[in-house]
Design a protein around this ligand. Sequence first.
Ligand code: ZN
Length: 298
Amino acid sequence: MATERHEYEQVIYEVPAPKVARIVMNRPKRGNAQGITMTYDLDNAFKRACHDDDINVIILAGAGDHWSAGHDLSGEGPDLPSREQTVGLWGGSYQGKGWAGFYAREKEIYLEISERWRNAPKPTIAEIQGSVISGGMILAWTCDLIVCAEDARFRDATAAEMGIAGVEFWQHFHEMSARQAKEWLMTGDWLTAQEAQRRGMVNRVVPREELSARTLELAQTIAAKNPLTMKLVKQAVNFAQDASGRKAAQDYGFHLHQIGHMQAMLVSGFPIDIESLPPKMRANVEKVVAARRAAAAE
Ligand code: ZN
């Protein structure tokens, strides 16, 4: 039987209709920012839905006004996954010397886990409202379909403000045209729901008050079909994307992303380019860097 409702620390798992699981990121006061806790709550929730034979379709939603503020940079909560949480096999220590630890961490929590969700065999639908920023794009892109409210908007600020060539799960070129991807990354501008739909990144744009109902309606339509066939459709399209270079481009983008972090680290001792940050964020980061330097000098 489908589990009706299960609460993780930062994620709620519910079954709003037969054969449909709805996974809700539930950290609205932080814009559903994704730290270690939410990452593994999400992984557990996806696993629950995928392993439940009574579930055919999975919705990924976010509580509150904004779907995702991206990766949690607040320093709250654990910074590294435990060995028990870790799902990849890279091994070694997340606190390894030089770039080894940082690389292992990003590979586990941003690259491999995102690819794992993207390849979840059952159809997934993102139900999006409000802002989706940088790391939040990864969560949206891992889903097969995207339904968003008219107020949804999308931004990858990593290139414009952090000295990084795009978020870790580097799918930009496969989500829009090459020129659109370049412009979006180089300017750091917002992409509206309507423009995202025009580019083919979003399936449906609906009034905010109808978002959950319309997403569930689409989920139920798909959930009523032969579930194995739906899995095979997903696998066929995902394979076609990978055969046309998605996976290779993504892995290359991930490694250029690492060069961006390393360059910033070499120049300023912090893994993002402080000079490019908006003034308020820059002031906060400079405090963190100064505290770290003081601690290291003691
Ligand atoms: Zn990164």
